[in-house]
Structures are given as structure tokens and as C-alpha cells.
Design a protein around this ligand. Sequence first.
Ligand code: MTE
Length: 314
Amino acid sequence: MAQWSYPRPPAGEITPRSAWLSRRRLLAGAAMGVAGSLVAPAGATTLQTRPGPFQATEKPTPLSDVTHYNNFYEFGLDKGDPAALSAGFAARPWTLSVEGLVAHPRVWDIDQLIAAMPIEERLYRMRCVEAWSMVIPWDGFPLASLLAQAEPLSSARYVAFESIVRPAQMPGQRAGLDSLEWPYVEGLRLDEAMHPLTLLAVGLYGEILPNQNGAPVRLVVPWKYGFKGIKSITRIRLVEKRPPTTWNRMNADEYGFFANVNPEVDHPRWSQASERVIGAGGFFGGARRKTQMFNGYGEQVAALYGTMNLRSNY
Ligand code: MTE
């Protein structure tokens, strides 16, 4: 496994998680009396992480591109809208509920969840359905770790995810401006959800997630098109039947449930054979590369699909 090569702050500048957690608890205690809410102290944005498996060997996309070229329709349709319009979004306090067909349903406070899970840094290749790609150092934990604690019942076949609805802080959800049906929803088959590559990300580049990238917790499934990576998740539900997904609901001919990266199956309106590499060699021209089956993660995930026809199951 290659080690990462992106710049990291000197060790002395990384706040040990125990230190910022106790600061956070102190402040939470102080804030509780006043406003009844948990306020993250200024500067407590660095995550203590350890290197995880699955380190891509490609150069990471510069942080400024990762945080300024986004899809997050709750904030608007333009790639710059999420960065420009999400500053007022309050990602804390936040609860994430795990419910449905599980032995132990639970509502997690996001910071308690972060404290309970070892946070790994994993450098993943990401491929958007719009034929561009990035390489992102995510910080998070396997979704499987969270699901294991909840103990899915044997009747559970799928995992359904739901994003937050908060029009007061998300201009794209306001009446007259809305583009999608809210909440944004996504789903995975249980075996996809339990795969060790499937991550719940709470940070990137060693810092807690910027609002525009899906704060405080979002899904990352690197062998699928980016739209499966649902942001700002509030609810995870184990279910028996295949759940609806936002883009499939909007346009089923163009966006399937599986959405596995597949250079051989074109989008009805454009080719998926190659991708524009964001942040490399100029924005519009420059670097392109061939798209790989399962975004290059075939060795890890192809077995999930056996002999399934990946042309009809797109
Ligand atoms: N999640 C929500 N809630 N709303 C969205 O509009 N867009 C998706 C996905 N998750 C989206 C979302 C799409 S189309 C992509 S490509 C990725 O988020 C982009 O993630 P990034 O901006 O962090 O690169």
C-alpha cells in the first residue's frame, strides 16, 4: 500500500483528539446552561487520524478544488454555490440515527460517534457521473463498523440514507428554487454497505468536513459514481426492499440504483469512457484519463456482482 504524499501539518500542530474532545466537553457544558446546545470550540477542527487501507497512488486533488467544485443541490446548482452559500449551515449539534431492521437502534451525537470510532485517513479516487474525477484524502470510518454495532436483523437487505432538510440554511431547498425532491435519499445493498471500502467520512485533509463537502457526515463509495455519496446524513435505515434514490427518482433512464463506474456503459447524453482530472493541467483542457471499470476498485468489489449484467443493472 503506498503511503500518502499530500502535505500534512507538522505533528506538533495536530491537536490530539483527547485534548480537543475534553475542550469540546468543557464548552458543551458551558453552552448547555446558556443555549442548551453543543458548540464546537474555535480551532477544534483537526481530526486525529491514523493511516487506513486503500491508499490511491495518484496525486491528491488540491484542497481548494475539493472545496470549490462541488455538487450539493441543497445550496444551488452551480459548482461554486456550495462553497459560497453554505457558511451559515450549522453542522453541530447533529444527530445521526441508525434504525429500522436492527437489534440496537440508536441516535448518535456526531461528536460522540467520532470519539467512538477510530478515524482513518484513506486516499480514494472519486469519479463523478459528469465525467470528471478527483483524488481525495477522506477521514472517516467504515460504515460496516457502525452497522455492526446496530446488528442488522436477518431480514435487512438494503440500507437507506437520508440527508437533512433545512431550508432556512439551505437556499436550494427554498420554495420556488428547489431542483430535487427533498430530502436527498440514497441506498446501498447491505453487502455493498458492509464492504470495507465503504466509508462514512467526517473529514478530509485531516480537518472536519467543510460544509460544502457534506458536513458533518457523508457517505463515500469510491467504485460508484459520486452521486451515491450522500451528504449531511441524518438517518440510516436498514430495510427489506430496495429504497428509492434521488437521481433514479428524477430520471430513471439516466441514473440507476447501482451506479457502478463503468466506462463501457455511456450515460445517454455523454460518454463515460474517459474523465477530466480536476486540478491537474488546467480546468478545461489538460489532463484527461481513461475511466477504469469500478473506478479502479474492481479487484476489491467485482465479486459483489458475480455474473450480474452490469449493462442493464447500471
Ligand atoms: N448529497 C446531497 N445531499 N445533495 C447533493 O446534491 N450531490 C452528489 C453527492 N452527494 C449531492 C449529494 C453528487 S452529484 C456528487 S458528484 C457528490 O456529492 C459531490 O461530492 P463533493 O462535492 O464532496 O465532491
